[in-house]
Design a protein. Sequence first.
Lengths: 386, 386
Amino acid sequence: MLVKKFLCAPGPTAVPAEILNEMAKPLIHHRTPQFDAIVAENAELLKQVFKTKNPVVTFTSSGTGAMEASVTNFLSKGDKAIVVSAGKFGERFAEICTAYGVEVVELKADYGKDVKPAAVAEALKANPDTKAVYTEYSETSTAVAFDVKGIADVVRKTGALMIVDAITAVGAMEFEMDAWGVDVAVAGSQKSFMIPPGLSFLSVSEKGLKAMEKSTLPKYYFDIAGEIKANGKSTTAWTPAVTIMIGLNYALKMMISEGIDNVVKRHFIVAEAIRVGVQAIGLKLFADVPNVRPSDAVTAVRVPEGVDGKKIPGLMQDKFGVTVAGGQGSMAGNIFRLGSLGYMDKTDVIVQLQAMELALKELGYKFEAGKSVAAGQKYLMDNMKF
Amino acid sequence: MLVKKFLCAPGPTAVPAEILNEMAKPLIHHRTPQFDAIVAENAELLKQVFKTKNPVVTFTSSGTGAMEASVTNFLSKGDKAIVVSAGKFGERFAEICTAYGVEVVELKADYGKDVKPAAVAEALKANPDTKAVYTEYSETSTAVAFDVKGIADVVRKTGALMIVDAITAVGAMEFEMDAWGVDVAVAGSQKSFMIPPGLSFLSVSEKGLKAMEKSTLPKYYFDIAGEIKANGKSTTAWTPAVTIMIGLNYALKMMISEGIDNVVKRHFIVAEAIRVGVQAIGLKLFADVPNVRPSDAVTAVRVPEGVDGKKIPGLMQDKFGVTVAGGQGSMAGNIFRLGSLGYMDKTDVIVQLQAMELALKELGYKFEAGKSVAAGQKYLMDNMKF
């Protein structure tokens, strides 16, 4: 029988059909007034999403490219950086720093936990020569949200830069670039922006712009100053992913029209409904709540005992049509991750819970059929404004 | 009245409607067997286009990203490289080398000319410690094709690597990665591959793979070894531009089905018909023929005296619907460039010549109406097999 397909991973996320159609129009050249207007408008609308008055540049790359830019444009060889991590993506910051000869002070916590602002304050006191603090906001691999506002409060009082991987956070959770005193934040197109992978974004504060002038690490393709200069002329330094830039323009208008605060609220309600749903049938979150805040972009669920966790994502996708994510690295088989990121509404809550119930039943887990779907639905009825 | 639109620039090029539709299908996740099969097949088909048995990796970036990778993965700080250039893109290689602390020996020629293999041989003799020779194949800014086969013949006898920007050459002009002894070649999606910008390709020889092991320049996002390793597992190191990878798969099958040698022959005939057409109304090529070979990806035409050259591309696009390119840098206003790259056939010859005639007439150039169109058509009738 027909099985409809739903992409519910924490990126790439589903792309609205109207955006797919927009990107399928005949290609236009990137050095034309028509495309210049898109570049200029995107740059302005991105500022609204990041809540900043300062530049947000766009690279044609995955989010990892923007993470690399957040190292190579702000530091010099031998500089010291504190890298806060408790998951795969935090670890990537340490790898990039190391690749470029930056001295890394790792502030690590176990997967599922976070690192508190007080620990960052202590590390900064012990390392007063720190040039930058790197942290995740929404650590996608563990579905934990770090206290970026609290950490920024600590870092802004020092000379160090506050640099945030907000790839699955911007547009999914409250984020105030300027008000919080974040210096550099990176994001990616295939997340809350609802468009295909291929673009990454980087927002930089005035403090960050000043630090850029002193940075001597080598860079060329990911040169932020070059992009800012090009954006000033409504163009890009290199040939951009034209179709995705056009999709971005459409998506940003959808987000602004819904209202960024409403977009964020929607992410919370969808994520919370999923959390309520999974827990209703006895499943546990991987995030160490209430000691940490769970991410509203993705929910990591512990695989219950006796169930072959590695089979859950494959079964949900191939048999029941719903693509979610498994665990990465040492978490493979121990967790599965349900998405609430991007083009998601009430329906994606129950579609995922339904497929999850069907997969878990097939894998031998015992629970009352329909209970997670009903719990998710009840939460939505109580909390979502229609 | 209706004005149909044609994208005839030397990249981005027009994308076949069937590929646009393919890319507009609901997004799939990049960590799935379905997408793994695409990654694996693309890697194999790319080898056929590059005519190599060795790996061809794909980056999500513009071609400039792959050019950067061709420096950072093969050299170490203080290494010496010979950069052969006679145009904007050759100069970019020198900029990248300089940004990464590579010592550059520039072998420059005037725009419109090339650098001969004998000059490279001499420079190699004078600089026996050269680690790599960087050269353009089709220099897009001047529409000159360098003698890459001849230069490779010189370089292969030394310890230096032969590294080629073949961004507008692969799939447009004869190119034999392995047979010619090229060590590294880069290309881009929005060129002969007929798909939107967003992907770049890099092919590496066995000699290149060995050199990679010794390279100590910093890299992370553009780490070729990481991509080769990931490709070995039918996946990618980072989240790729999924939709463009799917478009690439379709495009590669179209190219292989036409036959790479036929694709190349088509580019020559289309370009030659354009060259014949423009010269039929007294216009001169910018390429210093017969001293150099003109590129078959693009034709640079000198703006005739008394004509405001800066107005030609805008007029051709806005009034007559045909997007071509102007001159870059110091060539702005002095040349305009007609495309023969990618999804181009007989029709694109006369469509461009028609719009060019209309624009030139409006700008006051005196010529016999229809003469360039007729000359292009005659050449096609004599030379294209139908």
